[in-house]
Design a protein around this ligand. Structure first.
Ligand code: PEP
Length: 258
């Protein structure tokens, strides 16, 4: 089954809303009609930029989906500083990243919290991009496989098969995020295949064939073509390179180099 690739730009805590508007406009000039037809594209600005970016995407008819980097699992309440999935949905957010390794490592997010967010994102009619990935220590200790299976299994607990089929899982080895070190295409393929096989075990083969699996970790225009040629890699979650219109467009245009 053909899965349409999804190329996502995670801007992290970068760019104010003026800078965000400029980057979206530059990106739209850098992309051709063929590019936006061949792949789905999402950008994930900081919360404070969402309204401005949404207005530009809508008013200029730019075929890029709006994404968020995180959300709270509850719809409302006394959660100072948090953002509800319903607030994101009202801003026409399509994709929400949850369980990014920076949130797991710096803010102590657990698999159970990630699981609650996945469910809350679906409840608000958006699509989760659930991230998983191992540390270098886990990889070197031979624990990568068990760790990935655990993150995927616990992150998806109680999520229905048709929801899983429509969502996105991002495999992001922690040792490759923001380090300039990209996993080899073979390593990335091996773990993305493991994620798909895990979903096949937890659900069924048609769910496993439908779910889109991204690779993330220092993806650049030079590494994107080989990564994207792997059978189980259906897109990329891109941090650093998505802050440059030229580099993000270069990643999106991976097929021109294949
Ligand atoms: C990320 O933030 O998800 C990421 C993969 O970052 P980078 O591309 O900078 O490694």
């Amino acid at each position: 089954m053909a899965r349409k690739p999804l190329m996502s730009g995670n801007w992290k805590m970068n760019l104010n809303h003026y800078e965000a508007i400029q980057l979206v406009q530059k990106l739209s000039y850098a992309l051709s009609k063929d590019d936006v037809e061949a792949v789905d594209i999402s950008i994930h600005p900081p919360f404070t930029d969402l309204r401005s970016v949404q207005t530009v995407l809508e008013s200029e008819n730019i075929p890029i989906s709006l994404g968020a980097q995180n959300c709270h699992a509850e719809e409302k309440g006394a959660f100072t500083g948090e953002i509800s999935p319903l607030m994101l949905e009202k801003l026409y957010v399509t994709y929400v990243i949850c369980g990014h390794s920076e949130r797991r490592q710096m803010f102590g997010e657990t698999n159970a919290e990630v699981n609650a967010k996945v469910k809350a994102i679906f409840k608000a009619n958006m699509i989760p991009i659930m991230a998983c990935g191992e540390t270098l220590e886990q990889r070197e200790a031979g624990q990568m496989e068990a760790h990935i299976v655990e993150q995927v299994t616990e992150g998806l607990a109680g999520v229905k098969a048709d929801q899983v089929a429509s969502m996105v899982i991002a495999y992001e080895p922690i040792w490759a995020i923001g380090t300039g070190v990209t996993a080899t295409a073979e390593d990335a393929q091996e773990v993305c295949a493991l994620v798909r096989a895990t979903i096949g075990e937890l659900y069924d083969s048609s769910t496993a064939e439908s779910v889109r699996i991204q690779y993330g970790g220092s993806v650049k225009p030079s590494s994107a073509p080989e990564l994207m040629s792997q059978p189980d890699i259906d897109g990329a979650l891109i941090g650093g390179a998505s802050l440059s219109a030229e580099d993000f467009a270069g990643c999106i245009q991976y097929r021109l180099a294949q």
